[in-house]
Design a protein. Structure first.
Length: 162
C-alpha cells in the first residue's frame, strides 16, 4: 500500500524522516512529496535513500513513468497556506493538485498542521478547517510548540482504515 507524505515548508519539515520510519514500520510503501518551498528544508538524498524513491515536487513530464496512486495521504507538517488553499480547491502546485483530487477519489487524507496560535485562530483558517472536515478530511488540531508529534498523524490514519 502506498502512502504519500506531503511535506510543507515549516519548522518541523527536516524531521519528516521520523514519519517515514514510522510509516514503513506500519507496512506502508512511502512516497514523499514536497511543496516547492519545502525542498530547501529537506535532506533529499537521505529521504530518497530511506524511501527508495525520489522526492516529488512537480507534475511529471509525459515521458516520465506514472507514479502509483496513493491509498492514503498524510500532510505533515502542513502550513497555513497549504491548508487554506486545499480548502478552497486551489491546485497551483503538484502537492495541492494531489490534495484537490483526493476527497473526490475517496483517498483518506490526514493533516497534521504546523500553524501557530495566532494563525490558527483566524477566521480564514477556521473556515478552512470546517470545510475540509465537512469533506471527510481528518484535520488534527495544531500541536503545542515543542516536539512535533509525527506519530499522531499515523495514528489518525490507522483509525480511518479498515
Amino acid at each position: 500500500m502506498t502512502l504519500y507524505l506531503i511535506v510543507c515548508a515549516t519548522g518541523p519539515a527536516p524531521g519528516v524522516g521520523e514519519l517515514v520510519t514510522l510509516s514503513q514500520r506500519a507496512g506502508w510503501d512511502v512516497q514523499v512529496v514536497a511543496t516547492p518551498l519545502a525542498l530547501d528544508f529537506l535532506d533529499l538524498a537521505a529521504i530518497e535513500e530511506q524511501t527508495g524513491r525520489p522526492v516529488r515536487s512537480r507534475y511529471r513530464l509525459p515521458s516520465e513513468p506514472k507514479p502509483p496512486r496513493p491509498e492514503a495521504i498524510i500532510v505533515a507538517p502542513a502550513s497555513y497556506n497549504t491548508i487554506n488553499k486545499f480548502a478552497l480547491g486551489i491546485a497551483d502546485t503538484y502537492p495541492l493538485g494531489l490534495l484537490a483530487e483526493a476527497p473526490g477519489l475517496g483517498i483518506p487524507v490526514v493533516i497534521l498542521p504546523s500553524v501557530n496560535p495566532s494563525l490558527a485562530g483566524r477566521v480564514p483558517y477556521q473556515a478552512s478547517v470546517a470545510r475540509l472536515r465537512a469533506e471527510g478530511v481528518d484535520l488534527l488540531d495544531p500541536p503545542p510548540a515543542g516536539e512535533f508529534p509525527w506519530h499522531t498523524a499515523l495514528e489518525a490514519l490507522s483509525r480511518r482504515l479498515p
